[in-house]
Design a protein around this ligand. Structure first.
Ligand code: 5GP
Ligand code: MN
Length: 348
């Protein structure tokens, strides 16, 4: 039996708002991961079954190893289809945000959404309702219904719970189940961290019962490396990784030049930050890479007594979960590396 978790006010409130809505837009975070794409596509299909006119928008494209997810090809990419997306946002009477707790995380879409909000407030655009379903700490969004459970291993689990609690389990078909299972697997490293909640296995068993082929999802997501990506991994571990034994920390930093050498494309860095945690005595891992217009930093740690979200928030304009967080820096890459090293030395 699944524990209750969601409050009655949350799932009934969400159901009531969805019932009244006609044109729904789903948002998820920039650089979407498996949980973002999985929860978005599951929700998209669910709302279609409720006969809603629904679309989904993300700021930028997701990596190829997620592009097989059912209905993922229907997600609008804001970067490529700005006009279409702007129109959808203007016409929407409901926004559903998945796997995000703050507007900043939708990327440049934020401006468009904020201006739509302002127009509604001053009466020049129609009203809209909003739901947020998320598992990040300290959400700052103020929707009509906030379903925020930082202890939930994935947003996909929360979507599953919501659908079940409103009595629509029967609407979950194999495709939707596959989307949900993918997000559960990717946000837990195939059930190797945040994976002690017995409910996750109950949900997983229901999904497998619905026909989900977990083995194949694993292959498609975790064993779909290009040769370049595999060599980049080797390079990171052999050449780039710097250890800070006293701080029990590893740092990998990749400049634009280094990335170009391995024909870097989106998703190639996925998971690299986790690898150093396999080293004995390393309980913090930091990964940074020079992106087009910013420097992206990822943090991972082991154990509740080694939080990294506070560090990300305080020094790198970011945030996240206790053991998985991220942030960004701007400017010169080697200066940024120095700053990160300084924070490691002084704060860990
Ligand atoms: P990743 O390192 O995989 O990019 O991100 C890990 C987690 O850190 C994400 O699930 C997200 O919660 C959080 N995170 C990453 N980047 C940012 C950021 O720039 N701002 C905030 N608030 N959280 C971030
Ligand atoms: Mn997530």
């Amino acid at each position: 039996m699944l524990s209750e978790k969601l409050k009655k006010t949350e799932y009934q409130g969400a159901a009531r708002l969805i019932d009244k809505a006609d044109r729904i837009v789903i948002f998820t975070h920039i650089s979407p991961d498996g949980d973002a794409v999985g929860s978005t596509t599951a929700m998209l299909q669910y709302l279609r079954k409720l006969k809603k006119e629904v679309s989904a928008i993300v700021y930028n494209r997701f990596p190829d190893f997620l592009a097989w997810i059912p209905c993922s090809d229907e997600i609008h990419i804001y970067e490529n289809e700005q006009e279409v997306c702007d129109k959808l946002i203007e016409l929407a009477d409901m926004f559903i945000c998945l796997d995000i707790g703050e507007w900043k995380r939708v990327g440049k879409l934020e401006e468009k959404v904020k201006s739509r909000m302002a127009e509604t407030e001053n009466g020049t655009a129609k009203p809209f309702t909003s739901i947020v379903i998320d598992h990040h700490e300290d959400p700052t969004m103020k929707p009509d219904i906030l379903i925020s459970y930082p202890d939930s291993p994935s947003t996909c689990e929360l979507v599953f719970r919501l659908i079940c609690r409103v009595g629509d389990f029967k609407l979950i078909d194999l495709q939707m189940a596959t989307c949900i299972c993918t997000g559960m697997m990717t946000d837990t490293g195939n059930f190797s961290y945040n994976a002690n909640d017995v409910d996750s296995y109950y949900i997983l068993s229901e999904l497998v019962r619905l026909g989900v082929d977990k083995n194949t999802i694993y292959q498609k997501v975790f064993q779909a490396y290009s040769a370049d990506r595999m060599r980049l991994m080797g390079y990171c571990l052999y050449h780039s990784m710097k250890l800070f034994p006293k701080q029990h920390c590893a740092l990998i930093a990749l400049s634009k030049r280094e990335l170009m050498r391995f024909n870097f494309t989106s998703g190639d860095a996925e998971g690299l930050v986790n690898i150093p945690l396999s080293i004995n005595d390393i309980c913090y891992s930091v990964f940074m890479r020079e992106d087009v217009d910013k420097i992206k930093i990822s943090f991972r740690s082991q154990g509740l007594d080694h939080p990294v979200n506070e560090l990300a928030r305080q020094y790198f304009n970011g945030g996240g979960h206790v053991n998985a967080a991220g942030g960004e820096l701007y400017g010169d890459f080697s200066e940024a590396v120095k700053k990160v090293e300084q924070v490691i030395l002084e704060r860990l």
